[in-house]
Design a protein around this ligand. Structure first.
Ligand SMILES: *Cc1c(COP(=O)(O)O)cnc(C)c1O
Length: 372
């Protein structure tokens, strides 16, 4: 590139680079699915379920059509419904709350910690009522929440723990893979996630056979024997093309996650601008950096500064769940969850994906350090 040419804009996420690298392998898998017309469920979904169970170190994995339906079925499998309450963090992608609402139950929000930005286990007890049935902990941005602290509260009050691991395929808590700690763990394989399908997909892992069996029936019209329906079910099956694409990409997930971790290590080490705060990382948390979020006091000015240097950041997420219009009826107001609200108003997501070049990583670091 000539010196006088502007450098390419560095996006927050570029899916094209990853998909160029696995194109041939995925297209030949698609040929096989197509030849067998195994478009809904079938052998490629079953194969991915086995591989993903092995990857997460849990005995059972059930493929579904997206992460939101995974959360919905998790609630149903636990028998959660109208009149029940489920505690979730206020700072998460809104779909964590959808599963609760779709089951007819009520999400009850708690604040995050000011340093790790993960669910604050110390705030759960005060949110518990006689109607509380479960806690959904979110491994937000790919970094595990403090599972032991949350599990402790759950055991004390006889509540189920569900993990929302949509952003954390492969993350570890105290050395063990996320997804095996709760009763159930829910995943999204939306294309933009660390493990994303060529299409929409999701999944649920569990250590309990009884949930596995029930989830397989619920996702398939409440049926285990064709045309016999034991309960009102759903069509939440995973597609065969999605399953086949996930099997191909799962082989590379560990390498892709490791590359993200190496980039994050450089960000943490080399970003020395004290006006830019990074997520605190407890030593027991092994993040897979689905997102690399920082906070700054004057976000608009920071974004303008980055854009002028060829960097396109994003916001995850600008409005916390409790202040979304969809949950107006819960009666929350600004000030209820100050840490979540601070984060929503000051967060900025920097470029983070495995295919970032070392030069691009350097440009991001230089731009952040040049901000005054
Ligand atoms: C992506 C995501 C979901 C929802 O998954 P979809 O596949 O988009 O339905 C749920 N929770 C979190 C934390 C997510 O990031």
């Amino acid at each position: 590139m000539a010196d006088n040419q502007p450098a390419e804009m560095i996006p927050c996420l570029d899916l094209k680079r990853q998909h160029a690298s696995v194109r041939n392998e995925i297209f030949s898998a698609f040929e096989e699915v197509y030849a067998q017309t195994a478009f809904s469920g079938g052998p490629w979904v079953e194969r991915f379920e086995k591989e993903f169970a092995a990857f997460t170190g849990t005995p059972y994995a059930v493929g579904v059509n997206n992460g939101t339906t995974a959360l919905h079925l998790a609630m149903l499998a636990l028998g959660i419904g109208p009149g029940d309450e489920v505690i979730i963090p206020a700072n998460t992608f809104i779909a964590t709350a959808w599963g609760v609402s779709h089951a007819g139950a009520t999400p009850v929000f708690v604040d995050c910690r000011h340093d790790t930005w993960e669910m604050d286990a110390g705030q759960i007890a005060a949110a518990i009522t006689p109607r509380t049935r479960a806690v959904i902990g979110v491994h937000l941005y790919g970094q595990p929440f403090d599972v032991d602290a949350v599990l402790h509260v759950c055991r004390e009050h006889n509540l189920f723990l569900v993990e929302d691991a949509a952003q954390a395929q492969g993350a570890r808590y105290k050395g063990q893979r996320a997804g095996g700690f709760g009763e159930l763990a829910c995943y999204s394989f939306y294309p933009g996630k660390n493990l994303g399908a060529c299409g929409e997909a999701g999944g649920i892992t569990t250590r309990h056979e009884v949930y596995d069996r029930h989830l397989r029936s619920l996702r398939n019209h409440g049926s285990t024997v064709r045309y016999y329906h034991d309960e009102i079910g759903y069509n939440y099956r995973m597609g065969g093309l999605e399953g086949a694409s996930l099997s191909v990409k799962l082989k590379y997930l560990e390498a892709w996650n490791n590359r993200r971790r190496a980039i994050a290590a450089r960000y943490h080490e080399e970003m020395i601008n004290t006006d830019v705060r990074l997520q605190a990382q407890p030593e027991w948390a092994e993040s897979i950096y689905h997102l690399f979020v920082v906070t700054v006091q004057d976000r608009d000015r920071f974004i303008t500064h980055l854009q002028a240097r060829g960097i396109q950041p994003a916001l995850h997420y600008p409005v916390p769940c409790h202040l979304q219009k969809a949950y107006l009826h819960l009666g929350h107001k600004p000030g209820d969850f100050p840490n979540s609200e601070y984060l929503a108003a000051h967060c900025v997501s920097l470029p983070m994906f495995a295919e970032l070049t070392d030069d691009e990583v350097q440009r991001v670091i230089d731009a952040v350090n040049a901000y005054t």
